[in-house]
Design a protein around this ligand. Structure first.
Ligand code: NAP
Length: 482
């Protein structure tokens, strides 16, 4: 395979044929590109869908144990390559190398979890009204599923879509983010090496604007699973829904962490820091609003500022507390939001600038704003960077109102030792994930994951034991003896 062959179509690695150039840069040292190659053309995306269509029937008919074995093999190969995969991930995405190692290990865990579903994802046997009639349901693969993924968890997110789709007998076309094609290619190489038949997995690395429509509107596509921004996700959801096909869109967040006066404040501050600045704030579940009761607001604010100022920054390969933003564009957005927040009257408590000595990369200091009102843009819009707004509230009712006062509804958290308050928060929060005394970030593979409101299209959730539902049709059978 040539170093610029990033497209994997019908079992062959080929060069892209579009005029779009995909350039990969180290976010900590972006001047010299680490890879540059032509992106896929529309015709190549079409060929990938057709290849998946041709391959889908035999993969659907493969014995579940055969699919299971391949996916376990993928997991073993990911584990065996953990260090070099982590390095690839850090070099193109920027996150600290220990976080990349953790993400790679998680990808292997994901393949193992869904490998076991190849044999167990199934329908139900249902009691029949008629003793002569056997009533049951079966789950059948959709056929061809397009998987469109973002850059921020560039091996974990493709892995959970791939593993679920493949375990349940679908053929797929993966379209990763143009920011992180190298780790996507390495993952697909491992799938190939593990024995997936040609055409069952296809990789299309190209600009969303060039290949996206083909992957969502081609007549052979039977479903689309997307993770990314709300703007792109809503466009895709509308396009696919018009065709009456299953579409899953996991999108942005504006996640609140509420701190009540009876909370363990040290734990709350630790959690807020990790949730806001881990991964440079580039998680859909990042803590971006710290909603603090006025009785503890100044103590919490002082501790958050002190902790933010103590974080180490640097290239991901040096394993700092916080690495760079993924791209110049993302870092410009971060800087713009700092100005927007100042203009709207929020108080910049720390950060907001470029850290000394790191001017060459896409770095910004961990940034904390005080005096934030819920209607400010900094409290409403997803920044997707290390920018935390602290909103002071008078009581639990105001905390609830503020927490729910956004279009998004992905993740949330509350810190309290009052379990009645925790129960009330859990009941009333408009978010798909609720953590009591825990971070808005982080999830366990065996738990479903997904949002509400503008964060998710609310079909079926990803991950967890029912993730296979999205990738399968339910057929309802009444079988009577002759
Ligand atoms: P994005 O710009 O929406 O891109 C996501 C993917 O969609 C990329 O592969 C992109 O390709 C592709 N795309 C762009 N335009 C398209 C089109 N017209 N048709 C089909 N595909 C198209 O998002 P991002 O900047 O990569 O990721 C950050 C966002 O993801 C944040 O909003 C974050 O909250 C969200 N996110 C959500 C979750 C969740 O589970 N809820 C998890 C992680 C991230 P190109 O790269 O070529 O443009």
């Amino acid at each position: 395979m040539s170093t610029t062959a990033y497209q994997y179509v019908d079992g062959e690695w080929i060069e892209g044929e579009s005029d779009d150039e995909i350039t990969v840069r180290d976010p900590a040292d972006p001047d010299d590109p680490i890879a540059a190659f032509p992106g896929a053309s529309q015709a190549q995306a079409r060929a990938a869908v057709r290849a998946a269509d041709t391959a889908s029937a035999s993969w659907a008919e493969a014995a579940p144990v055969e699919r299971e074995e391949v996916l376990y093999e993928v997991a073993d190969r990911i584990d065996a390559a953990q260090d070099s995969l982590a390095e690839t991930l850090t070099r193109e995405e920027g996150k600290p190398i220990s976080s990349s190692r953790g993400e790679v290990a998680r990808a292997a865990e994901i393949f193992r979890f869904f490998a076991s579903q190849a044999r167990t994802a199934t329908g139900d046997t249902v009691p029949s009204n008629d003793p002569e009639t056997f009533t049951y349901t079966v789950r059948e693969p959709l056929g061809v599923v397009s998987l469109i993924t973002p850059w921020n968890f560039p091996i974990a997110t493709p892995s959970w879509k791939l593993a679920t789709a493949l375990a349940t007998g679908n053929a797929v076309v993966l379209k990763p983010s143009s920011e992180t094609p190298m780790i996507a290619r390495r993952l697909v190489e491992l799938l190939e090496a593990a024995g997936l038949p040609g055409g069952v997995v296809n990789l299309v690395v190209g600009a969303g604007s060039t290949v996206g429509d083909e992957l969502t509107t081609h007549e052979a596509v039977d479903g689309v699973s997307f993770t990314g921004s709300t703007a792109t996700g809503q466009h895709i959801a509308e396009t696919v829904a018009e065709r009456g096909l299953p579409v899953q869109t996991e999108m942005g967040g504006k996640n609140p962490l509420v701190v009540l006066p009876d909370a363990d404040l040290d734990a709350a501050v630790d959690t807020a820091i990790a949730g806001a600045f881990g991964g440079c704030g580039q998680a859909c579940t990042a803590t971006s609003r710290l909603v603090v009761h006025e009785d503890v607001a100044s103590e919490v604010t002082d501790a958050v500022v002190e902790r933010a100022e103590g974080l180490s920054l640097g290239p991901g390969m040096d394993d700092p507390d916080m690495g760079p933003a993924v791209s110049a564009a993302e870092n410009e957005t971060n800087a713009e939001y700092v100005e927007v927040a100042k203009d709207e009257g929020a108080t910049l408590l720390t950060g907001g600038g470029t850290p000394a000595g790191l001017e060459d990369g896409h770095f910004i200091e961990p940034t904390v704003f005080g005096d934030v009102d819920s209607e400010m843009r900094i409290a409403q819009e997803e920044v997707f960077g290390p920018v935390l707004g602290i909103i002071e509230v008078a009581d639990f009712e105001e905390a609830m109102a503020v927490a729910n006062d956004v279009d998004y509804g992905l993740s949330s958290g509350v810190f309290t030792s009052d379990m009645a308050a925790a129960r009330e928060f859990t009941r009333r929060i408009e978010a798909g994930v609720v953590k009591v005394n825990g971070s808005t970030t982080g999830s366990q593979i065996q738990m479903p994951f997904g949002g509400m409101k503008a964060s998710s299209s609310e079909t079926t959730k990803e991950m967890g034991k029912r993730a296979y539902e999205f990738y399968t049709h339910e057929k309802v059978v009444y079988r009577s003896d002759p």
